[in-house]
Design a protein around this ligand. Structure first.
Ligand code: GDP
Ligand code: MG
Length: 682
């Protein structure tokens, strides 16, 4: 059976399939045996056999007291259709003891307690059991039937009086607090055959009760308490069973109506008699009460109820917590597998609500303070048990946020004119919001968790990534700027040096200055945008200058290679030797001064070499290191600048180039001479 099913459901079931009265008849249980041992089976009977366990407060409990063989069991069987043992003539005089419990067949939740052997007239042992069973019955029963023969009424010294004294005394020790539940004492006078009116019999008993009450030692605070503060007292009688058997049966049947029909004007069960024990706590409560009574310990009902509340609330809480764990297990597994389940909070809230509903329904019937405390404990436990899942999900989301951030930066920084820090800022806020949202979607409503710490941690990790990115971005920009500068320099230098003239070096120097200046500006602007600090920028600028100087060196070297120089001298020579002043190609005649033109052209061309063999005047280039502490200038920059300050074409190369040039132009001279000789021959 489910531990805490809904009352409605169980009632519907009972209506849908009422157990046959005959079948139920024999289902009774000796809850206390003649060794005063409490049964281990009460739970099972309450649940599976009697279907009372889940009825909450919706059940009745009645017990019977009276001397032995006064027809108690007979009466209960008539009223409730139970099947308690009736002593027959042959077994008369038995002294069996014990307490039996049965459910009235056909009635939902009416439990009937038959006390056997309550007759403590003679032996001390019996008095002990009488007192204990009375305590037990008074602690849990709402209605107590007190059974007595008519002829015993008024015999103040009789066994009845002993019994009544015990009942009143015991009740005083149990229910001392104002507002304690009342008990209904229902007197049934048996073998009413004398003709004395019931009212007179009742008055006699009532007088005896009052006398007993007056004789009792009242605990402090209850000195002036009246019998009626604790009891409702009802009297009735039955005809003689043997002398008037028909009337006995019909009166007994009539009496049954007062016990089973809630609409009967004299219905015996009333809410004010309820002892406040929910049915599902009854087995445990009854056993604890009996253990206390049997050990002769003072019975403190309120603290027993509180203990019961703790026990039952703990049981119910364990069921609720297990239900919650079970229904959230699949989600937990997915999250632990690395997934981000964004319905987790919602689902876990629902699971908690579902687990709390039966808990609240059953546990709220117990001691209010205990129930509320246990409920808070339960929620605490659930929250604590859920936190690791929340953390795991947040870790998963954290990883995802980092990826989102990196990809976001990659994508947005590709855009032209993307402002690095604006991109960083919007992307950071996006993923921080994402993580905060996951926290909200994951947390239990009742938990005080915030994603603040997780978001703070994420932000600090993003900051590290941003730092790395800035360095990467700067490196990328530096490389791009350098590449562009080197390209521009190569092209410009080649162009200038191809046309040797006096202003050549000045143009190279100025071009270098302009191009480097532009590149420096561009790099500085980008570094500022990336919020690179001044020192770092200065280093990058020096790198840029070193690359520029190196590029210039390379460009000049390319433009001043042996082949390039020879080619350039030869071009100059040809310009002067092969063409006249008007640029018209010469056709040599014998009248021409070939030798003179030749020499002039050759010398002019050779003179060009001088502008390469002298150290090039490059003040802007030299300015890169001038006035600077050389220890702080990058070595590559210093080397390149120093190289550029030296002669580009050293003397050895000058003679090489001159030689190669001479050989080439000598050929042209010889050809010119030959062409004149050939023309004369024709
Ligand atoms: P208990 O010991 O009080 O439970 O009494 P029982 O119900 O076992 O009855 C004991 C004997 O009394 C049996 O033989 C019954 O038949 C008989 N008996 C039961 N009810 C009455 C009654 O109302 N009047 C008389 N005279 N005998 C009864
Ligand atoms: Mg009996």
């Amino acid at each position: 059976a489910p531990a805490a099913p809904k009352e409605e459901t169980s009632r519907d079931l009972a209506v849908a399939a009422p157990p046959a009265e005959e079948e139920e008849r024999t289902v009774r249980l000796q809850i206390i045996d003649d060794e005063k041992r409490f049964t281990p089976d009460l739970d099972e009977y309450m649940d599976a056999k009697w279907h009372v366990l889940d009825r909450g407060f919706d059940y009745n409990m009645i017990a019977v007291f009276g001397s032995q063989s006064t027809g108690k069991s007979t009466l209960l069987n008539r009223i409730f259709h139970t099947d308690f043992d009736v002593m027959n003539e042959s077994r008369r005089g038995q002294t069996t003891k014990g307490i039996w419990l049965a459910k009235a067949p056909g009635l939902k939740g009416t439990l009937v307690m038959d006390v056997e052997g309550t007759d403590g007239r003679e032996r001390g042992e019996d008095q002990d059991f009488e007192r204990k069973s009375s305590l037990f019955a008074l602690a849990i029963a709402e209605v107590i039937i007190i059974n007595m023969w008519e002829h015993m009424v008024g015999l103040y010294q009789g066994a009845n009086m002993g019994l009544l004294k015990v009942v009143l005394d015991v009740n005083l020790s149990l229910f001392q607090k104002k507002g304690s539940p009342r008990t209904h004492l229902f007197f049934v006078i048996r073998d009413h055959a004398s003709g004395t009116p019931l009212e007179m019999l009742a008055e006699t008993v009532r007088t005896d009760l009052d006398r007993i009450w007056a004789s009792l030692n009242k605990p402090p605070g209850l000195e002036n308490a009246k019998l009626d503060d604790f009891f409702d007292v009802t009297f009735t009688s039955l005809p003689h069973k043997r002398l008037q058997p028909d009337r006995f049966e019909s009166e007994a049947e009539k009496l049954r109506g007062r016990f089973i029909d809630p609409h009967h004007p004299q219905f015996v069960f009333q809410p004010r008699y309820k002892k406040g024990i929910p049915a599902d706590g009854f087995p445990r409560f009854a056993r604890d009460i009996w253990d206390q009574i049997n050990a002769n310990r003072d019975l403190d009902l309120p603290s027993q109820q509180e203990l019961l509340a703790q026990f039952r609330c703990d049981e119910l809480a364990a069921v609720a917590s297990a239900a919650y764990t079970k229904s959230t297990a699949p989600l937990r597994a997915r999250i632990e597998g690395g997934e981000i389940v964004d319905t987790f909070g919602q689902d876990a809230d629902a699971a908690l609500e579902a687990a709390l509903a039966p808990f609240d329904q059953s546990a709220s019937r117990y001691h209010r303070g205990v129930y509320e405390r246990k409920r808070a404990d339960l929620i605490d436990r659930v929250v604590t048990a859920t936190y690791p899942v929340y953390s795991t999900q947040m870790r998963n989301a954290h990883r995802r946020a980092i990826n989102l951030f990196k990809n976001g930066l990659d994508f947005k920084l590709k855009a032209k004119h993307a402002d690095f820090f604006q991109v960083v800022e919007t992307t950071t806020e996006e993923v921080a919001r994402y993580l905060a949202t996951v926290s909200n979607l994951t947390k239990l409503k009742v938990a005080g968790w915030t994603g603040d710490e997780a978001v703070a941690l994420l932000r600090s990790e993003l900051a590290v990534i941003v730092d790395e990115r800035r360095v990467e971005e700067l490196a990328k920009l530096t490389t791009a700027t350098e590449k562009q500068l080197v390209g521009e320099l190569n092209e410009a230098v080649a162009l200038i040096l191809a046309d040797p003239q006096p202003a050549m070096w000045t143009r190279v120097d100025e071009t270098f200055k302009d191009l480097l200046g532009n590149a420096e500006q561009a790099l500085t602007r980008r570094a500022t945008m990336l919020r690179i600090d001044g020192n770092e920028t200065a280093e990058r600028l020096d790198d840029l200058r070193a690359s520029a100087a190196q590029a210039l060196k390379d460009a000049i070297a390319a433009a001043t290679s042996d082949a390039a120089l020879v080619q350039r001298l030869r071009a100059k020579f040809e310009e002067k030797f092969r063409y006249d002043d008007q640029g018209v190609p010469r056709v040599w005649s014998s009248a021409d001064d070939i030798d003179g033109v030749y020499k002039k052209a050759r010398d002019e061309a050779a003179a060009l070499l001088a502008s390469y063999s002298e150290p090039a005047p490059l003040p802007a280039v030299q300015g890169l290191v001038a006035d600077r502490d050389l220890a702080l200038v990058p070595e590559t920059l210093a080397t390149s600048v120093a190289d550029l300050g030296r002669s580009l074409v050293p003397p050895a190369r000058v003679s090489d180039v001159t030689l190669r040039f001479r050989r080439e132009v000598d050929v042209m001279y010889t050809e010119a001479k030959r062409s004149v000789v050939a023309a004369q021959a024709h």
